[in-house]
Design a protein around this ligand. Structure first.
Ligand SMILES: Cc1cc2nc3c(=O)[nH]c(=O)nc-3n(C[C@H](O)[C@H](O)[C@H](O)COP(=O)(O)O)c2cc1C
Length: 309
């Protein structure tokens, strides 16, 4: 298939400018390898992993693909120092730093020759991280699944394109070629999808998780954790509604109930205690597909639609 060649495909050494968003728990080596093998950039979501767990994931992905892949690192990870050291030691091709000010790690990784990108939901942080050496910025709009900012993709992306020199990759609300073309029209040079890749055969999430995404409409997500300062978008289940209510009366209890809740959704498909993190784009996703079909259908639309001519 034809492709789009630009600064993102060049930088990441990938065929298609399509990234798998880093996803704690969900972004396993198996899913990431499938994305990389299909020509995109697969990303292992290291979440709260320590170096030992992550090493295992790196070994696994290296058995499954010889294509470039990334590790997503969140600034909240209590094991962050050892995780960064491991990425350097293992010469991981690409690091994607998220959820906070990653300046000090950007320079450290760049010095060791690791390509380094950063995820932001604000224009001010984007400028800081570009100055710190981030080679591309992923702008994540509030439609997205998982932890969210407060500006939509439609507005955040063109602002980032206006103020940054490095390439911008759009994330949040993109589930197909139409969303991808919209993002490219806004000036993005790549797109990142999270929720779409959960509803794939290769994703190792519990079947209930995938079904929740397929069944959801565009209004079937809810934001939890807002009161506690870490808003996250999840599917509006009974649990989600309970947490949203509890936050008003007892934020501590809500906080406690959220601990480990993504794992409960991912591993057990637990409707009573699990947070099924997913974006508004769940409402656009109607079937489980292979990773290859997600990527090729998206690229086919980009290449053949009338807007990209
Ligand atoms: C289950 C889940 C877990 C996520 N975990 C992370 C994470 O650990 N680090 C991160 O940078 N982004 C995380 N995200 C955000 C994704 O990387 C991606 O940017 C987002 O899903 C894109 O929006 P979409 O869901 O509308 O496709 C997560 C998203 C989901 C759905």
């Amino acid at each position: 298939m034809e492709t789009v060649k630009n600064r993102v495909t060049e930088l990441l050494n990938i065929k298609y400018p399509i990234l798998e968003g880093g996803m704690a728990w969900v972004g396993t080596a198996k899913l990431a390898a499938a994305v990389s093998n299909a020509g995109g950039l697969g990303t292992i979501g290291s979440g709260n992993m320590d170096a030992k767990l992550l090493k295992n994931q790196i070994d696994t992905i290296r058995k499954l693909t010889d294509k470039p892949f990334a590790i997503n690192v969140i600034m909240l990870n209590p094991h962050i120092e050892e995780v960064i050291e491991l990425i350097i030691q293992e010469k991981v091709p690409i690091a994607i730093l998220a959820a906070g000010n990653s300046s000090k790690y950007i320079s450290k990784l760049r010095e060791k020759g690791i390509k380094t990108l950063a995820v932001v939901s604000s224009e001010n942080l984007a400028l800081r991280l570009e100055n710190a050496g981030a080679q591309a910025i992923i702008g994540e709009g509030m439609e997205c699944g998982g932890h969210i900012g407060d500006v939509t993709t439609m507005v955040l992306v063109p602002k980032l394109v206006e103020i940054l020199s490095v390439p911008v990759i759009a994330a949040g609300g993109i589930a197909d070629g139409k969303g991808a073309v919209a993002a490219l029209s806004l000036g993005a040079e790549g797109i990142q999808m999270g929720t779409r890749f959960i509803a794939t055969y290769e994703c190792e999430a519990h079947e209930n998780y995938k079904k929740k995404i397929i069944d959801a409409g565009i209004r079937d997500t809810i934001i939890t954790g807002q009161k506690m300062g870490h808003p996250a978008r999840i599917i509006k289940t009974k649990f989600g509604k309970k947490i949203a209510k509890l936050e008003a009366s007892s934020p501590e209890e809500a906080e406690e109930a959220l601990v480990g809740s993504l794992m409960k959704a991912f591993v057990y498909g637990d409707e009573e205690r699990g947070s099924f993190m997913a974006g508004q784009s769940s409402g656009l996703i109607n079937e489980i597909k292979s990773v290859k079909d997600v990527i090729e259908d998206t690229m086919d639309y980009i290449i053949n639609n009338k807007f990209s001519k």
